[in-house]
Design a protein around this ligand. Structure first.
Ligand SMILES: NC(=O)c1ccc[n+]([C@@H]2O[C@H](COP(=O)([O-])OP(=O)(O)OC[C@H]3O[C@@H](n4cnc5c(N)ncnc54)[C@H](OP(=O)(O)O)[C@@H]3O)[C@@H](O)[C@H]2O)c1
Length: 172
């Protein structure tokens, strides 16, 4: 199974601003996130991201699997696709493979993406680069050991100002 990351960044590579208000994201980012989630039908995110987008903006509603990483044993799913888990990346991948998915997409945030990167389980990354600069926000990665090389697969202009960079990750 292939795992992709789909993430919006500022032009200087941050994924959230210090206000933690997503007013810098383009409609095209939102549309792209929904489209890839609907295409793969398997979505992975951390509980902090889930708390921001659930229930109204979850990309899967009735069909598919939304994996949410959390240590919270009492959280109640906001729709039938949501499964809370405290398993790590390897077990999550196996679980989705058992369910028959060929692809899954991680939609955030930093903690979740970093764990999958450290496990060597991210195959492709889509950066949606928004035309803003800010400091004090969250970086894409934290506590990631080692360095990864990327192969550029495609560059797309999503609107007058927003670019999508689609990379393949060189995992050994
Ligand atoms: N630019 C974008 O495209 C984009 C997209 C999504 C999010 N974001 C931003 O990213 C930020 C959130 O990122 P984040 O790194 O703070 O959080 P995150 O990855 O969304 O979620 C972190 C939470 O997930 C749970 N978790 C993570 N790993 C776990 C594990 N191995 N086992 C059990 N639970 C685990 C923990 O929740 P519990 O405390 O419940 O255990 C942890 O606090 C927000 O500011 C958001 O705006 C940006």
């Amino acid at each position: 199974m292939k795992i992709s990351v789909y993430i919006a960044t500022s032009a200087n590579g941050l994924i959230s601003n210090s206000r933690n208000v997503p007013d810098w994201l383009s409609p095209e980012y939102g549309q792209g996130m929904y489209a890839i989630s609907q295409k793969f039908k398997a979505v992975i995110m951390g509980k902090t991201t889930y708390n921001i987008i659930a229930p109204d903006h979850l990309p899967l509603k009735e069909e598919g699997t939304t994996i949410v990483l959390t240590t919270n044993d009492t959280a109640k799913p906001d729709n039938p696709t949501v499964k809370f888990t405290k398993e790590g990346p390897v077990k999550i991948k196996k679980m989705l493979e058992r369910e028959g998915y060929a692809d899954a997409v991680i939609i955030g945030g930093t903690m979740t993406i970093s764990q999958f990167i450290n496990a060597g389980l991210v195959d492709e990354i889509y950066f949606i680069v928004e035309p803003v600069l800010f400091d004090g926000g969250l970086p894409l990665l934290k506590n990631v050991t080692g360095e990864l090389k990327l192969n550029l697969l495609q560059v797309s202009k999503l609107n007058g100002n927003t670019v999508q960079l689609h990379y393949q990750v060189e995992n050994d």
